[in-house]
Design a protein around this ligand. Structure first.
Ligand SMILES: *[C@@H]1O[C@H](CO)[C@@H](O)[C@H](O)[C@H]1NC(C)=O
Ligand SMILES: *[C@@H]1O[C@H](CO)[C@@H](O)[C@H](O)[C@H]1NC(C)=O
Ligand SMILES: *[C@@H]1O[C@H](CO)[C@@H](O)[C@H](O)[C@H]1NC(C)=O
Length: 286
């Protein structure tokens, strides 16, 4: 027991002696080295913390500003959406410009000034073009396309006639671009042998002036020009326009399409197989 113990204790004693020696020796050795590392580490951590603090401050600031930027964007796009929706509502219900909410005044100005009207007009015309590119009229000449010449073809008449605005007189360039866009469609339709009839809400009494305006605006050819007779002067626009469509149908014409920038031309019976609502500048007079 003893011998076994002693040898064990000797062994363990030697072990522990060796161990303690190692610990003591290495402890002394390590501590001076560790001190250097410790100080270096402290300095490094300090520098790192400072860097982190600066980085966080900068990030927080940029985050704050970009966050408020996003917030602004959301708010203005909300307002844009609202004003677009209201503009659609106004068109649908034939509202007057002064019924537009005040917060949309700036929006409506920008619709014209920043070129959105032109872009939308171009896009709506492209939709019509791509539809008609797949269609051909029959040879009897009875497939008719009805085009509204108010507002789009005759910008200046629309504005002179109503309570409005002279941007079209001032902005010849805009009128020129509108003319390029719609005459491109008109020329394509006429080249494909569609019978393109124009219609306007104006009285037949203004026939000569209207023809002169159409010609000077560059729209020289049409299959027929539909204007209000004296009997129709008191009718609602939609009633007069749809009445004329019914007359055409009774005469054997097939209405392929009604193309207009105004809702009142796209209501009532005898619409075309496919109709096109072009972008309208009319509700953007401020
Ligand atoms: C439209 O108004 C302008 C000036 O405001 C005038 O010069 C022009 O003759 C008018 N056009 C028509 C068709 O009345
Ligand atoms: C309309 O769109 C076509 C095709 O994208 C383009 O070539 C043309 O320049 C545009 N016209 C205007 C006036 O923006
Ligand atoms: C319209 O023009 C025709 C000739 O083209 C003329 O006979 C007629 O009197 C004119 N009408 C008006 C209202 O000016």
């Amino acid at each position: 027991m003893d011998s076994g113990d002693s040898s064990h204790s000797l062994l363990s004693g030697r072990h522990s002696e060796m161990g303690s020696h190692y610990i003591v020796e290495s402890g002394i050795y390590m501590s001076s080295f560790a001190a250097a590392i410790f100080v270096a580490a402290l300095v490094t951590i300090g520098v790192l913390l400072l860097t982190l603090l600066i980085a966080l401050t900068v990030m927080l600031e940029s985050c704050q500003s970009s966050h408020s930027g996003v917030f602004e964007q959301v708010r203005t796009s909300d307002q844009d959406d609202y004003c677009n929706t209201f503009a659609f509502h106004a068109e649908l219900n034939n509202l007057e410009a002064d019924e537009f909410p005040t917060i949309c005044k700036q929006h409506t100005l920008q619709y014209i000034n920043k070129g959105r009207f032109l872009r939308e007009l171009n896009l709506t015309v492209q939709v019509a073009e791509s539809y008609f590119s797949t269609m051909t009229p029959s040879n009897d000449g009875l497939d008719v396309i009805l085009m509204d010449v108010d507002d789009i073809f005759l910008l200046e008449i629309a504005y002179n006639g109503s309570s409005a605005l002279h941007w079209s007189n001032e902005d010849e360039n805009m009128r020129h671009l509108v003319h390029m866009i719609v005459s491109r469609l008109l020329i394509k339709l006429q080249a494909s042998s569609w019978s393109v009839s124009f219609f306007t809400r104006r009285s037949m009494r203004n026939k000569n002036a209207t023809i002169a305006s159409l010609t000077s605006a560059g729209y020289g050819e049409w299959f027929s020009l539909i204007m209000r007779s004296d009997d129709e002067l008191l009718m609602e626009n939609w009633e007069y326009i749809s009445g004329r469509r019914m007359q055409l149908r009774d005469q054997g014409f097939r209405i392929a399409s009604v193309i207009s920038s105004r809702m009142d031309a796209l209501q009532g019976p005898c619409l075309g197989k496919r109709n096109f609502k072009l972008a309208s500048p009319i509700y953007y007079k401020v």
